[in-house]
Write a protein that binds this ligand. Structure first.
Ligand code: IPE
Ligand code: IPE
Ligand code: MG
Length: 228
């Protein structure tokens, strides 16, 4: 694909795991397991394409409303992923960053997340994993940080610089799988001029071919940022 280097940041709303499982007569958790595999593959493919920042929406501030059994299963998959990332991200030159408040995951898991961020920092590719993330919570957290720093009034740059995503450029392209056409509280501040691609593919089936299709669509567009 041409011009691939001009995409700096792709973000994914990884939706459709539950429906993928239901269509196969499997429990929803099987969809989350399959989704985690698709996630690892897509991160690897984005690396092959030279895309330097990838952000994934893994668990929202609202997803705690799901049945306890599903939340527990997702947390187990997340913990397994941490084990994989601890072994693999260094080798793959990936710097992992978590977007969101880590405290609900408990002290032990939060410490593992911070350690992973520290040991991988400085690697070339950035992988932002949004867990317990909400776009509104991100903005509120940023504003509170600025207030505690003594700010009385704030600028756009102040807020941009205080978000969980402060270290990343804003996303060029946000891809949502699973047919829904909404943002579901993802990257509300950052998406001001992002392009969107909505795919009918359910996340566990999302692959390199479908990503290529989204990128082709993206490269056919003209971004104007309000100008002409
Ligand atoms: C996305 O898939 C994963 C999370 C939100 C954790 P869903 O679990 O929302 O799958 P559907 O939308 O019910 O199919
Ligand atoms: C968005 O999907 C959150 C993640 C993919 C982590 P949801 O399935 O939670 O979104 P809604 O409920 O359909 O808006
Ligand atoms: Mg969903």
């Amino acid at each position: 694909m041409e011009n691939i280097s001009s995409i700096r940041h792709i973000a994914f709303i990884m939706d459709g795991n539950g429906r993928w499982a239901a269509a196969r007569g499997l429990p929803r958790t099987a969809g989350h397991t399959a989704g985690a595999k698709a996630f690892r593959n897509i991160v690897e493919y984005c690396g092959d394409l030279g895309i330097s920042t990838v952000t994934v929406y893994a668990f929202s501030t609202e997803n705690w409303r799901r049945p306890q059994s599903e939340v527990t299963a997702i947390m187990k998959i997340f913990s397994e992923y941490l084990g994989y990332a601890e072994k693999e991200c260094g080798k793959k030159n990936i710097a992992v960053r978590f977007l969101g408040d880590k405290s609900p995951f408990g002290e032990k898991t939060a410490a593992r997340m911070t350690a992973l961020e520290e040991t991988t920092s400085g690697n070339f590719f950035t992988l932002n994993i949004a867990v317990n993330y909400g776009g509104r919570a991100d903005i509120v957290h940023a504003v509170n940080k600025l207030i505690s720093d003594g700010k009385k009034t704030v600028t756009e740059d102040d807020i941009t610089g205080a978000l969980y995503t402060a270290h990343s450029p804003s996303p060029d392209l946000i891809i949502r799988t699973g047919s829904e056409k909404r943002i579901s509280n993802f990257l509300l501040w950052d998406c001001a001029y992002s392009e969107f691609c909505f795919s009918d593919v359910l996340w566990p089936d999302f692959d390199a071919k479908e990503l290529d299709r989204c990128l082709e669509d993206y490269y056919g567009r003209k971004r104007r940022y309000g100008g002409l």
